[in-house]
Design a protein around this ligand. Sequence first.
Ligand SMILES: Nc1ncnc2c1ncn2[C@@H]1O[C@H](COP(=O)(O)OP(=O)(O)O)[C@@H](O)[C@H]1O
Ligand SMILES: *[C@@H]1O[C@H](CO)[C@@H](O)[C@H](O)[C@H]1NC(C)=O
Ligand SMILES: *[C@@H]1O[C@H](CO)[C@@H](O)[C@H](O)[C@H]1NC(C)=O
Ligand SMILES: *[C@@H]1O[C@H](CO)[C@@H](O)[C@H](O)[C@H]1NC(C)=O
Ligand SMILES: *[C@@H]1O[C@H](CO)[C@@H](O)[C@H](O)[C@H]1NC(C)=O
Ligand SMILES: *[C@@H]1O[C@H](CO)[C@@H](O)[C@H](O)[C@H]1NC(C)=O
Ligand SMILES: *[C@@H]1O[C@H](CO)[C@@H](O)[C@H](O)[C@H]1NC(C)=O
Ligand SMILES: *[C@@H]1O[C@H](CO)[C@@H](O)[C@H](O)[C@H]1NC(C)=O
Ligand SMILES: [Mg+2]
Length: 443
Amino acid sequence: MDARGVKGITIAIVVAVLVMPFIYHKHLKCNMSAIVNQVCSEYKAGIVSGSLCSDLCEQNSIHLGKCLSTVTDKKIYDGDWKGMQVIVKVNMSWFEEFEKRKNITDNHAVASFEKELQSRVSTLFGDCPRCGELALLLATLGDGNSDGVVIGSEARTFISLLQFIEPTMLMILNDSKHTVDFYGYCGGLYALEKVPKVVSKEFGAHWEPVDISFLSYGDPFQEMLNEFLGGVRNAVIFAMQYCCAVLNDALNLTRYHIFATLFQMLSPSKREKFELAYSMLDATLEISNNPYGLVRQCDGHLGNFGITNNASVKIIDLDLTYPHVFLKTLLEQKKCVSDEECWAGNSEGCFSLCNTSSGFCTPTTVVQGVHIICEVLFPIIFRGPNILEPQGHNTTFLTKAISKLGLFCSKLPVVNSIEDLRREILAVKRRLKTIEIRSSKKC
Ligand SMILES: Nc1ncnc2c1ncn2[C@@H]1O[C@H](COP(=O)(O)OP(=O)(O)O)[C@@H](O)[C@H]1O
Ligand SMILES: *[C@@H]1O[C@H](CO)[C@@H](O)[C@H](O)[C@H]1NC(C)=O
Ligand SMILES: *[C@@H]1O[C@H](CO)[C@@H](O)[C@H](O)[C@H]1NC(C)=O
Ligand SMILES: *[C@@H]1O[C@H](CO)[C@@H](O)[C@H](O)[C@H]1NC(C)=O
Ligand SMILES: *[C@@H]1O[C@H](CO)[C@@H](O)[C@H](O)[C@H]1NC(C)=O
Ligand SMILES: *[C@@H]1O[C@H](CO)[C@@H](O)[C@H](O)[C@H]1NC(C)=O
Ligand SMILES: *[C@@H]1O[C@H](CO)[C@@H](O)[C@H](O)[C@H]1NC(C)=O
Ligand SMILES: *[C@@H]1O[C@H](CO)[C@@H](O)[C@H](O)[C@H]1NC(C)=O
Ligand SMILES: [Mg+2]
């Protein structure tokens, strides 16, 4: 074999070694159909149940589409259910929780069920005035086939599902306009509303272009086009930045009118940014504005917010969306020697301080949702000054005003009642409105 042949084989081996783990990993993350088969065979054997089991296992009216999982222990797919776009999720730990509850039989299903529901509700919301109603609501949802009787398989399935924050909070907050609708479950699988846009993709580093309205949402052609245009835009951004560096002509780039126009067409407008900002504030208020108690999103990055067709924001990832009471318990049970150890969810969202004299974290957090949105997420959404904005478009005003708003927000105290929260969020919205009016006058 000549040197080129050896080189070729070496490259092939190196590529295979590098690529195989990815393929294997993808296989582990994207094996939902095997899980559906498992759950459905247990459903047919009368071991598990759920409101969607008939559709999933008998009618075959749920069709899985693309795999969206980011980790192996949680499967996420899109799909359709009777013509509706849905997301189907399952946390693989559900099977362990279910295993632990196999001893719940028909005989004592009702007693175990009621006991477990009450204990779960009080873990989440403490001793809230309307917790009784919540237990009743959950009892209704746990009666998978809605026949008014709870049997062993229903109790086993539903109590196992309630061990997971996301499906539980989705059910509890299903009346909210700002969480995705919960459609139902079968075993540990649950289906929810799919939103047409995810905020991080529209307003983050990699944007997706706006809707082409004559194509319906979910149309594969539209998706292809979006992907294509997204690529074009990223290429334009790259080319522009490259020109900049080479020509040392940063501030004058917008003279290349065609680029500026193309970029403008593909980016969210200022109006859309403000619309998003108001709706994110509404979302953070509305999840707390429920009958049971305040709720916190401890993982509030742009990838966990979606935008519906009428431009309102919905939270799409509730794994770390905790009731205040629950969050407080999580924090105060944590041993610590320094403040860095005191957080729940993700470390930026819900952190508290270390009480070094007790050796435990303090129960109340240092910041809350409105702070994260206003101080961390708004600057990303309103990012600038943008080298690609047309000349005369005063981005410095907007950028400065948003960072001043951040300063205002950083002084807002953490509050513990819905009235105070509403007052704070209203104050932030008013300031944002003033900024919007001023910034539109400037241009
Ligand atoms: N309801 C939804 N509508 C549209 N896309 C969704 C929805 N839920 C999840 N996705 C997509 O799947 C990705 C991962 O979902 P997510 O629930 O945020 O899981 P993770 O725990 O991996 O962050 C999201 O970033 C989003 O692109
Ligand atoms: C799945 O559930 C387990 C156990 O509750 C939890 O530790 C894990 O973080 C969950 N996974 C995701 C992706 O939410
Ligand atoms: C089922 O087993 C668990 C321990 O594995 C026990 O705590 C629980 O009380 C049992 N439930 C019933 C209904 O027997
Ligand atoms: C959740 O709300 C949606 C929209 O209001 C509704 O269609 C759906 O049936 C509700 N889900 C449950 C489980 O009640
Ligand atoms: C932009 O270009 C014009 C001429 O095309 C030049 O006069 C001006 O100084 C440039 N501005 C900057 C900031 O480079
Ligand atoms: C968006 O539409 C939903 C129902 O389709 C409605 O409940 C909600 O109020 C609308 N939001 C806005 C901002 O119009
Ligand atoms: C810290 O812990 C001590 C001892 O348990 C307690 O007396 C004190 O009030 C705590 N301080 C704070 C700020 O929670
Ligand atoms: C842009 O806004 C800044 C800050 O408000 C201001 O000082 C400047 O004069 C404005 N420039 C234009 C061209 O309007
Ligand atoms: Mg997420």
